[in-house]
Design a protein around this ligand. Sequence first.
Ligand SMILES: [Zn+2]
Length: 290
Amino acid sequence: MRMLQRTGMRRPLAALLLALGLLLSGCGLGQQPHISLGEVPAYSGAPYVELDGNQPAFTEADMEAEPFESYAPLDLLGRCGTAYACLSPELMPEEERGSIGQVKPTGWHTVRYDFVDGQYLYNRCHLIGYQLSGENANERNLITGTRYLNVEGMLPFEEQVADYIRETGGRVLYRVTPIFEGNDLLAAGVEIEALSVGDAGEGVCFHVYCYNVQPGVEIDYATGDSRPAEAASADEGGAVQYVLNTRSKRFHRPDCASVDDISPSNRQDYTGSREALTARGYKPCGSCAP
Ligand SMILES: [Zn+2]
């Protein structure tokens, strides 16, 4: 009895240590290490950049593969790993895609911005697009991606591959890896490699990194939280809260005693820079010295 109890205690501990080790090493089960973010230039207006001279890193053995598809298990934070397939016409779906709304990938938020195409900031992005392998609501194949990543970043590459397979009936090695920084729940971007096998890459050959960004939105990759970029830059530009007396043209700190004496008709709460206020002719209160 005592022995049983002891082993019962040790096993979870061993599992926990193993789990921690995997977590800290940053490698999920069954995942090979891929590019690190240090190798990728910062986003500068284009939805993707080429990596390694646009050459994918498939091996000779990869190129002899029969059609297959594999999806790495979710890691301990519930994040997707590499999705890898040797795509061929027989893997392509014949049915329309069904609902995927029940899958909640890490970093998921249902949030809208008027200026985003389709309004929703985030889409459930297939790592290997539905049109290529027919994988629908597979949680190992869906990440939280911006509309921009989905449509401007990944879709053109996916369509290039789909067109090639439809037109030639040939096979394409296709490997998609979401890249997370540390323990972030939202991927910083997605690495995509593709190579048409039968013609040694004549038809399809690329190795790119697509940015999981949305122009006009500032994203916290640790959580997936977001806010309009204007609000972010206003903060950085020194936006502060003041209380204005629109009659005397003085401005105060919100906690200034004089604020209580301002008649409601002359009082205005203001958030913005001090410079903008003084440019409008406002002078700082002498007692709270804002
Ligand atoms: Zn004051």
